[in-house]
Design a protein around this ligand. Structure first.
Ligand SMILES: [Cu+2]
Length: 158
C-alpha cells in the first residue's frame, strides 16, 4: 500500500472515531438528549382540547407576557395571523393533528419540529417590530409550500 493511501486511510478512520466520540460525549457526558419530558397529546383529540380547539394568542400580562396556542396541520397554521408586542415574553404551544411540520419564523432563530403526539413549547421574544413570515420547513405533503402564517410584532410600549 502506498504511504499516501495509508495516511488517508488513517485520517478517514480517525474522523469516524472522532465523530463517534463527539456523539458519545454529547449524549453521555453533556446529557444532550431530545426533550424527554415533552407533553404527550393524542393527535386525534386536538379538536376537543381546550387549548388547541381554538388556536389563539393569550395575553397573560398585557405588553409583557403572551401565550400562543397554534395548530400546524396540512397545509396551514392556525391562527393564520398572530400579533405580539416587541420585547414581550412569548411562549408558543404547538401541536399537529396529522404529520410532522417544521415551525420556523423566518429571520429569527425560532425553529422547532412539531411532531404529532407531542406538544412543542418554544420560549422566545422578538426584539424588533415588524412583520415576520412563519413557514413550514419540514416537507409535509403536496401543499407544503403553501403552509405559512404571519407574525406581526408591534412596537412595545416601553
Ligand atoms: Cu410542511
Amino acid at each position: 500500500m502506498n504511504r499516501y493511501e495509508r495516511a488517508w486511510l488513517f485520517f478517514a478512520v480517525l474522523m469516524v472515531v472522532a465523530f463517534l466520540g463527539i456523539i458519545a460525549y454529547f449524549n453521555f457526558a453533556a446529557g444532550l438528549k431530545p426533550p424527554q419530558e415533552a407533553e404527550v397529546i393524542d393527535p386525534l383529540t386536538l379538536s376537543t382540547d381546550e387549548r388547541f380547539s381554538s388556536p389563539r394568542v393569550v395575553e397573560v400580562v398585557p405588553g409583557e407576557e403572551y401565550e400562543v396556542y397554534m395548530v400546524a396541520r396540512m397545509w396551514s397554521y392556525y391562527p393564520r395571523e398572530i400579533e405580539v408586542p416587541a420585547g414581550a415574553k412569548v411562549r408558543f404551544y404547538l401541536a399537529s393533528p396529522d404529520v410532522q411540520h417544521g415551525f420556523h419564523v423566518v429571520g429569527t432563530n425560532v425553529q422547532a419540529n412539531v411532531i404529532p403526539g407531542y406538544v412543542t413549547v418554544i420560549d422566545t421574544s422578538f426584539a424588533r417590530a415588524g412583520e415576520y413570515l412563519i413557514v413550514c420547513n419540514e416537507y409535509c405533503g403536496k401543499g407544503h409550500h403553501f403552509m405559512k402564517a404571519r407574525l406581526i410584532v408591534t412596537e412595545g410600549e416601553r
